[in-house]
Design a protein. Structure first.
Length: 233
């Protein structure tokens, strides 16, 4: 943020100032602001990974069509999906590059969310410090002024509670990003290279065994995607 948090000050001894106690803190919070939370930020990455999974499936003849339900087969959608998946195969490198770009964007957003969580947590602590400083001065004020300050401190407590809730929300979003990052990296860095090796090595051994291995790797990718999607929904 552009300016440091203001140090808690003892409240003034007049009603007008007491009603604005912590004004400097509020101004700092307003200037600092907070980044907006992107809605379903992992979806672009998931969409690319889903396309990659369909390309993987299309490498095994008939696999896309076998996955289609009876209704899709009735409408001929199984054939259309297999043709689409086969058409994507030459784009495997492009899809991989798109996935890497989306992955980096998610890393950057995760860092922003970590910063937002830290900011909200610090803000909650600073608000509490101002509350405690005000409470220290309560007994030294006349009864009428005590009532004004008590009301103001109640407002600050609500502000502090809101900052704590905000910090928790940023933490949850960051954890979701972290889960998606971990699973996406496993797909791109481990499962996809192993699948490509299995497909390319078909000619060097038993093709049925290689197809089986490729299908197992595709199933693992699908499971990873389903797990992340369930967490984000």
């Amino acid at each position: 943020m552009s300016s440091p948090w203001p140090v808690p000050e003892p409240p003034a001894r007049d009603a007008s100032s007491l009603a604005r106690y912590g004004e400097a803190l509020l101004a700092t919070l307003e200037r600092a602001g907070a980044p907006a939370a992107a809605d379903r930020a992992g979806q672009p990455l998931l969409q690319v990974l889903d396309q990659l999974a369909q390309v993987m499936q299309s490498a095994t003849p008939g696999s896309v069509r076998r996955q289609a339900g009876w209704w899709d087969r009735l409408w001929g959608r199984d054939v259309a999906r297999e043709l689409d998946a086969q058409a994507w195969q030459p784009r495997l490198g492009v899809l991989r590059a798109q996935a890497e770009a989306a992955l980096q964007a998610l890393r950057d957003q995760r860092a922003d969310r970590d910063l937002a969580q830290a900011r909200a947590t610090t803000a909650a602590h600073v608000v509490q410090a101002w509350i405690e400083r005000g409470e220290e001065q309560l007994s030294s004020l006349p009864a009428a002024l005590q009532e004004v300050l008590v009301q103001r401190l109640d407002h600050l407590r609500r502000l502090g509670a809101l900052q704590q809730v905000e910090a928790g929300q940023w933490k949850l979003l960051a954890e979701q990003d972290g889960a998606l990052l971990a699973r996406s990296q496993r797909i791109l860095e481990t499962l996809l290279p192993a699948w490509r090796q299995a497909v390319l090595a078909r000619h060097a051994g038993d093709q049925q065994q290689r197809d089986q291995q490729a299908a197992q790797l595709h199933a693992q990718v699908s499971a990873e995607l389903a797990s992340v999607q369930a967490r984000l929904d």
